[in-house]
Write a protein that binds this ligand. Structure first.
Ligand SMILES: [Zn+2]
Length: 152
């Protein structure tokens, strides 16, 4: 089994509504996600992907469509954050991303994992799977979500 990692980055605002300190205020991060895909090397003679797990370009293309295009310069809002939901209803020119969870690094990592896993299952050949998403919220803090064995 080989693991490969593609790194993507985007800018996004958020707040952690119930946080005891500064994370309660509106602010933004340069997010970075390390997308890890695991599988066996393609052995097929003459295939474009011979000797690879999967083409990095395929991961990049999917990640751009379902992560960066959707989130870059967006503002992630918990659907229970009524103050901000009201604000985004009244004020145009923003890019709210309304989600059913408080947007901590941990929850954003799971969100990205699930979005990618959905898309990857369409394009990946059998045996390949999304192994983990490491979501950097700051240069010194990340949340790591790994597929657990029970998911198969
Ligand atoms: Zn933050």
């Amino acid at each position: 089994m080989m693991k490969i990692v593609k790194v993507i980055q985007w800018d996004m605002g958020h707040r952690v509504l119930n946080h005891r300190s500064v994370c309660k205020g509106l602010h933004g991060h340069r997010y970075k996600a390390e997308i890890c895909v695991a599988g066996e090397l393609v052995q097929k003679e003459g295939a474009s992907e011979q000797g690879m797990v999967v083409d990095f370009a395929d991961i990049k293309k999917t990640a751009r469509k379902c992560i960066q295009d959707e989130l870059d310069h967006g503002f992630m809002v918990w659907d229970k954050d009524e103050e901000l939901i009201d604000f985004f209803k009244q004020s145009k020119g923003h890019k709210p991303v309304i989600v059913p969870f408080t947007p901590t690094a941990e929850n954003v990592a799971v969100y990205i994992f699930q979005k990618l896993e959905d898309k990857f299952s369409d394009i990946f050949q059998t045996g390949l799977h999304l192994h983990s998403v490491k979501l950097w919220e700051t240069p010194s803090s990340f949340a790591l979500f790994e597929r657990d064995g029970r998911q198969g």
